[in-house]
Design a binder for this molecule. Structure first.
Ligand code: NDP
Length: 285
């Protein structure tokens, strides 16, 4: 890694657009990757008002920005505004990565594939397995779609709003209730329940399901990565289940975007080390 890099007139730029975006971990992950490969690229964050994503895309085109990530609340607006969509982004109606192809901006979605890669690292193959996904928002929809495409035998969607659950289930699952967790091989929390600051973690443990349903032989994944050990993962471990935090998905969805933009294999160890250092730093009291 070079310690002497600084941007020049030739530096290529990637960015994330979102609101709020100042907490985003993407600049830390991608800049660590650029530095590790000695690429003359920089990654920054732009706070973009809801409804203004299409203007941000037009600006990206004019300014020659070479890669964009898209986070809340812009994923659907960007899907409606890019020149083309990948099949996955089209199915999800949501874009988390924009790639430049000549004069065109192509909307892609790396969340589901990032999730599958994080499972792969745990040597868990969803093919033929029974899965339950808690939640029906953007992350849940990407996970349901990815699990179905990976050949899961059953993908149950558990969510508090029936219409949202039905819409997510259309991506390759079926609506079910929490009782399905007992028979599942894989349980994925795709709600924010357990996240620091959002659900009052320090006052009482926040759990997205009745943990009595969890048992040995299951893999329990929490997409929440702050804290790294959520109340759900803690309880799952105590009940003998295998556990996986959300860092793997976060890292792999970024690595996939990095590879699409730069054409280079993402330096995962450097990106992972920077991400974990930042998360550790943020969790310091
Ligand atoms: P969304 O807001 O799109 O969806 C959240 C889902 O959780 C909705 O179905 C929502 O239901 C449900 N929900 C929210 N609060 C509760 C609650 N108290 N009880 C039951 N259900 C609830 O968020 P995302 O899908 O974008 O993100 C969900 C979580 O996943 C976040 O914590 C996020 O940080 C994490 N995430 C992690 C990623 C990673 O790479 N590890 C990637 C993306 C997200 P309703 O619609 O009724 O409110």
């Amino acid at each position: 890694m070079t310690g002497a890099w600084s941007p020049t007139a030739r530096t290529r730029v990637a960015a994330v657009i979102g609101q709020p975006v100042r907490h985003s971990l993407s600049p830390v992950i991608h800049n660590a990757g650029f530095r590790a490969l000695d690429l003359d690229w920089a990654y920054v964050a732009f706070e973009v008002e809801p409804g203004a994503a299409r203007h941000a895309l037009a600006a990206a085109k004019v300014l020659g920005i070479d890669g964009l990530n898209v986070t809340m609340p812009h994923k659907a607006e960007v899907a409606a505004s890019v020149d083309r969509l990948s099949p996955v982004a089209e199915a999800l109606g949501a874009v988390n990565t924009v790639v430049r192809d000549g004069d065109e901006l192509v909307g892609e979605n790396t969340d589901g594939e990032g999730f599958l890669r994080s499972l792969d690292e745990e040597a868990f193959d969803p093919a033929g397995r029974r899965c339950v996904v808690l939640g029906a928002g953007g992350a849940a929809r990407a996970v349901v779609h990815a699990l179905a495409r990976a050949g899961a035998a059953d993908v149950g969607v558990v969510a508090r709003r029936p219409e949202a659950a039905e819409a997510a289930a259309l991506l390759g699952g079926r609506v079910t209730d929490e009782s399905a967790v007992a028979d599942a091989d894989l349980v994925v929390n795709a709600t924010p329940v357990g996240m620091r600051g959002v659900t009052g973690l320090h006052r009482e443990p926040q759990l997205p399901l009745d943990v009595e349903r969890l048992h040995a032989g299951q893999l329990v994944v929490d997409l929440v990565y702050d804290p790294l050990v959520t109340p759900l993962l803690d309880a799952a471990k105590q009940r003998g289940a295998a556990t996986l935090d959300g860092v793997g998905m976060l890292l792999h969805q970024a690595a996939l975007a990095f590879e699409r933009w730069t054409g280079q294999e993402a330096p995962l160890p450097a990106m992972s080390a920077a991400l974990l250092a930042e998360l550790t730093h943020r969790s310091d009291p």
